[in-house]
Design a protein around this ligand. Structure first.
Ligand code: SF4
Length: 185
């Protein structure tokens, strides 16, 4: 199984020299497409990729320079900025070389696909734990997710207790650097 994972990784990397981007830049674009607004930062990206802040900054700087990422100010923190995909990035992601893998996975029977996801997730969790890294997760399995109270009536009725922010429905499935697994997930 480990050899198959390695072979798949190699195939993904060798295909990821397209549209003038290299594998690390493609990975970063995918990350910023999937990450929630609290996690679209240089340090969260560095954590997710298990790389140094310096290497992450270099990748991000090149993507800003090429017009794929834009820096936006963060509310209540003038020293930080958030990184969002530009329209140019959304367009290039439509031809992501990883699309071939998505199609191959989509062709599997649903039960087989679900079992694979569970198995690979468990493998990844073990490897990350040994490296003292935490996996990112989504709001629906997070202990910080709460229902919006009368103070937080907007949005989809969900509230992040950690950030004290209302969450929109489209945000619940995005990966988050502050995710803490709720018991039973
Ligand atoms: S509920 Fe959890 S996963 Fe969602 S934004 Fe808050 S900390 Fe992140």
């Amino acid at each position: 199984m480990a050899e198959l994972v390695e072979q798949l990784g190699r195939c993904a990397c060798s295909e990821a020299f397209s549209a003038g981007l290299h594998p690390a830049q493609w990975s970063a674009l995918r990350y910023f497409e999937r990450a929630n607004r609290f996690s679209r930062t240089v340090s969260a990206f560095a954590q997710y990729h298990g790389t140094t802040r310096g290497t992450a900054s270099q990748t991000i700087r090149s993507l800003v320079h090429k017009g794929y990422l834009q820096r936006l100010p963060v509310k209540h923190d003038q020293r930080s900025f958030r990184l969002d995909l530009t329209e140019k990035a959304q367009l290039v992601l439509a031809s992501d070389p990883l699309g071939e893998f998505v199609s191959a996975a989509g062709a599997l029977p649903v039960e087989q696909c679900s079992a694979l996801v569970l198995g690979l997730r468990a493998m990844l969790d073990q490897v990350l734990e040994k490296r003292a890294r935490r996996p990112f997760g989504v709001c629906t399995s997070c202990e910080h997710l709460g229902a919006a109270d009368t103070e937080h009536q907007e949005g989809c009725g969900h509230h992040c207790r950690l950030q004290d922010e209302v969450l929109g429905a489209q945000e619940l499935g995005r990966i988050c650097v502050d995710h803490r697994c709720r018991q039973g997930h």
